[in-house]
Design a protein around this ligand. Sequence first.
Ligand code: GLN
Length: 213
Amino acid sequence: MTPQSPPTIGVLAIQGNFAQHAQALAEAGAEADEVRKPDQRAGLDGLILPGGESTTILRFLEKLNFFDVLQDFCGDKPVFGTCAGAILLAREVRHPAQRSLGLLDAVVERNAYGRQIDSTILTAQTELPGGPLEMVFIRAPRIVETGAGVEVLARRDGFPVLVRQGSIMAATFHPELSTDRRVHRMFVETVMAATPPCEREQNQEQKQVLRLR
Ligand code: GLN
């Protein structure tokens, strides 16, 4: 095992775009694992909460007794929420209000750009090196407020669309639906920086054992 060995990153696979995220993580140099039950968090170095329908994901999380477990896990390990996942991470959700994990110091307004018809692909400058980034928005939420600890990496019409707060990342668009892997690579690097190589090695072994069961 070297400091470069890949991290194991879970993708919450209850509903939504989880398969594309797993593929994107593999392309960005991580080992990806789909997570459907609370005990599958064991051996993960980080987690992606995908886009989909946040109300549906929330309902399943509550039914599976997964909400509190996820809140603890994501308070401790790097997490990346995209679209519905960003809604789940927010401190406050509006339009309408709903329960959230409250880990990202941001206020998010759901479906802020209209209905399904307002799904858009934009290409814009961001803080990421490497030139303009394609961003796919599908019934996207809008981040209407961010706390002082939240770094804004990209905006749409002046509102943040890609943010980072320590090892929490959130995007209101779907980076897994573009071919550009810079956003996933940034998350993989965040996970690597947050997890010492010995811990990654232990987690990798634990995951391998669990996969064999
Ligand atoms: N509109 C969805 C919600 O409110 C999010 C859409 C998405 O994840 N693409 O949960």
